[in-house]
Structures are given as C-alpha cells and as structure tokens.
Design a protein around this ligand. Structure first.
Ligand code: GDP
Length: 460
C-alpha cells in the first residue's frame, strides 16, 4: 500500500498545475552524490501523479539503486522509474548515452520481468559516448595521476564525450540513423586515435589495442540495437505530454555539489547538475518547473579527489559509517569517504538549487549510540578566519566549526511511523529544521532503510 500522507503532499502541489497543463518536478542530490535518490524517485513515481520520468544530464556514471518487491536493480543510465510498469522513461538531450550500458541495462530489466522498450524514449539530440571515450578518460586520469591532480572519474568516458560536444566534433544519438553515420564515426575515431597516440608518445600511456577492438565490436553491436529504439525529438514529446495535462519528474544524477560550474572545480562532474539545467537538458521552459526535491543523507559521503572538510577524522568511526551504510560506489565499488552532516554545504546547495522539499535518507545509519555525541558541521574556517561565504576552492578550508548532538545507534532501522522515531533522532531532525529555517524548505520524509517503504513522514 502506498504512503497516503506523502501522496497528499505531492498531490497538493499538483493542484497548482498550470490551467490543466502538466508540470515538471525535479529531484536532485544536495551533497556529493549517493544520497539514495533512486529510492525517493521510485517512491514519488508510485503515486500515480507522474506519467513519466526523465534524465536530463550525466551518463552511465550515475548509479541508482532501487529495491522493490524483493527485486534490486542498479541503473546507470535508464531512469529510476523503470521498475514501475506505467511510467514513461525519457533520456534527454543533456545526457551522454553509452549504448553498451543502455542495452545491457535493458536486458537486465527484461530478466527482472520489465521490458522497457515500448516506454523508453531517447532524444535524438542526446550525446553518444564512443567506444574510445572511456580509453581517453583513462589516459587523461593516468596523466593527472602523474601530475597528482587526480579527479577520480568513473572512467566511463563521460568527460571526453561532453568535451567533444563542446568542441563540436561529437556524435549525437540521432546520427546513428543517418546514412553517413559510419563516416562521421570514422572521422571522430581518427581524431581519438591521434589523441591516444599523443598520450602514448608523450606520457608512456599504454594503449591496450586488444581491449579497444573488443570495445569496438561491443559498441557497434549496441549501436545496431539502439537503432531499433524510440529515438525522437524528446523536447517536443515532453511538451506534448505537458499539454495533455501530464506531470513529469526529472531525476538528477550525481549531485549539486558536483555541478561543473558551482562545484569544487576540477573535482566535479562534467555536466550541470543544478535543477536549472532541467530546462536545457530536456528542452522545456522554466515556467513548467514546480517542486524541487532535494535529497541528503543524515551524514555526508564523498568519492573522488579534492578536500572534504566534513570528513570524520577518527578512521575507525569513518569505517563504522562505511560498513553500516554500505558506502561503496554503485558504479565503481570504491569506498566512499564519510563525514558529519555538513550544514554549511547543505545550505549552499539549497540556495543554489531552489529546493523547497527535502528528503533525509539513511537516518537508520548511526554508529554512535544514544548518550554519545556526534558532530554536525556548521561553518568553515581558513586558519583563524571564519568563512562567511562558501569558498571558491574547498582546499581553502583548513578546519570546520562543529556542534554536537546525541547519536541514536541503530534504533531507527525500518521505522515507518513517525511516532516510533527515537527521541534522539527526533531532536536531530528538529535541530536540522531550525538550522534551515530561513531557507523555506520542508523536510518531508526521512529514510530508515533500503526498501522503498522504509521511511517516515516528517513535516506536513
Ligand atoms: P543515488 O545515486 O543517490 O540514487 O544513491 P544510491 O542508489 O547509490 O543509494 C545509495 C544506497 O543507499 C542504495 O543502496 C540505497 O538502497 C540505500 N539507501 C537509500 N535510502 C536509504 C536509507 O534510508 N537507509 C539505508 N540504510 N539505505 C538507504
């Protein structure tokens, strides 16, 4: 049975829809990714309010984990609504599409009993990841490692694919249907090969020709499959659905703190993750945007390079968070660094993204027992100077200002009724609410486990 209170909250927003026309709500992560957005998106989609869900940025470097009815699916490129049979799935023009991952995920979903082909629509203006992009990514990361500027990319070719688009030599998804596609691909391939050879000659990067040949064969086979899918002018389709009075949910990948313009450059992802990019990544005007849902964990995690001011210094405690919260990347398997809830960063992320409703996930994960204090970061310092604004580069931060509040151990796992929430977690949530009071946001639900219904409602 679906959660009625949450449904009413979403539906109350649906009432202010635009004169019978539909609108678009957005879900974004407010930290450095892995906030558990997949679960919230899946929950939001289960109330019959949205007819479709859209990816608007990023590529197969995202990793959404959805658990429903005993089934687990880790999606990288297919939108999170895939486990709900009536929801249309959209991949927007802002997305870089890895054909091999896409086809593989479609097969996995088929094995789980979900044939998404009839309800999956891909923008002809989406960008195509070529089979050499991941190799270029690796070469770039290899070069950065040597010069100790490692970013920690997922090596899936996302950055190089976006670079090619900006340099106006990339391939669009709709190109696969053109008669001269082979020629276009060959031009790009030659350029990539020259680039890889440069890394080889100048920086001793080893090119694994056998692996490239294998990737090439897989990629061309996937492209043939891609041609059979519904490739369309997605902007037109989405606008048509809105005109029919249908509502759509746009799902962010990565998170606000990884935005290429507003994150800690260059330790960022290669696309704009802010809700503002929904308009450009789907081809819709800003006037159709309504609720912006932000997702945070009760603590913070981060992967990749760059400073992480809120990181827990006690290594054993950090490991306890990692183990209890299964903090290992869905895409890469890398352990995530764990930190205290960073309210200074969270406030910044809320201000940048215009979030009005918040989900707090993983409130069941707290390796600090009742009576013992945990920390919350409320400010950053550069030596003795307290920073008034979020810093230009995070490495300016030399220490953090913290406050302490009691932990609650594992006492809230699986709680679905807010009357059963432990006193300590209740105090923590009220504390967060007070700290965000001036930002006009509501904490609408709090996650207590992996399953879709492992959450309780909070503010009305
Ligand atoms: P996303 O990229 O933001 O969707 O994050 P992931 O899909 O990587 O989610 C991280 C993990 O957290 C997944 O395994 C989820 O099942 C899990 N998760 C989500 N919400 C909760 C929660 O409230 N408690 C616990 N323990 N796990 C959660």
């Amino acid at each position: 049975m679906r959660n009625k209170i949450l449904k009413n909250k979403i539906a109350s927003s649906a009432i202010r829809r635009r004169g019978g026309k539909g609108s678009i709500d957005v879900v974004v992560g407010l930290q450095w990714g892995d906030e558990g957005k997949g679960k919230n998106i899946d929950e939001l989609l289960s109330h019959g309010i949205y007819s479709g869900v859209a990816r608007f940025q990023g590529g197969a470097n995202a990793g959404h984990t959805i658990k429903a009815n005993g089934k687990t699916f880790i999606g990288h490129i297919i939108p999170s609504g895939c486990l709900q049979k009536d929801i249309e799935l959209y991949i927007g023009n802002g997305v870089v599409v890895d054909a091999v991952s896409l086809i593989k995920e479609m097969r996995e979903l088929e094995d789980l009993g979900f044939d998404v082909t009839p309800r999956l629509y891909i923008s002809n203006r989406a960008k195509l990841v070529s089979y050499l992009h991941p190799f270029l990514d690796q070469a770039d990361e290899y070069y950065r490692n040597k010069s100790s500027h490692k970013i920690g990319t997922t090596s899936r070719g996302i950055g190089p694919a976006y670079s090619d688009i900006r340099a106006r030599r990339g391939l669009l998804l709709g190109d696969v249907l053109l008669p001269d596609f082979k020629e276009r691909e060959e031009n790009l391939r030659k350029f990539h090969h020259d680039f890889l050879n440069l890394y080889k000659e100048k920086h001793e990067f080893e090119i694994d020709e056998k692996k490239i040949e294998e990737s090439k064969a897989k990629w061309w086979a996937a492209v043939e499959e891609l041609k059979k899918l519904q490739i369309c002018d997605l902007s037109f389709l989405v606008q048509k659905r809105l005109a029919e009075g249908k509502n759509i949910l746009a799902e962010g990948a990565q998170a606000v703190m990884l935005d290429i313009d507003f994150g800690d450059y260059p330790n960022v992802t290669s696309s704009n993750t802010l809700p503002a990019n929904v308009c450009l990544g789907l081809g819709i005007p800003h006037t159709v945007l309504r609720d912006i849902y932000g997702v945070t964990k009760a603590y913070t995690t981060k992967v990749g390079g760059g400073n992480f001011p809120a990181r827990i210094k006690d290594q054993a405690l950090e490991k306890a968070f990692q183990d209890a919260g299964h903090e290992f990347g869905a895409t890469t398997g890398r352990p995530r660094m764990c930190g205290w809830l960073d309210l200074f960063a969270l406030r910044h992320a809320i201000a940048l993204s215009g979030v009005n409703k918040i989900f707090i996930n993983k409130a069941d994960i707290c390796p600090i027992n009742k009576g013992k204090n945990m920390k919350v970061v409320i400010g950053y310092k550069n030596n003795k100077k307290v920073l008034k604004e979020f810093p230009f580069y995070l490495n300016e931060v030399t220490s953090v200002i913290t406050e302490e509040i009691s932990g609650w151990g594992d006492s809230n796992h699986g709680v679905k009724n807010n009357k059963k929430v432990s006193k300590e977690l209740r105090s923590y949530l009220n504390y967060i609410k007070r700290k965000l009071a001036d930002l006009n946001v509501k904490i609408i639900a709090v996650g207590t486990g992996q399953d879709r219904d492992h959450f309780f409602n909070w503010e009305k």
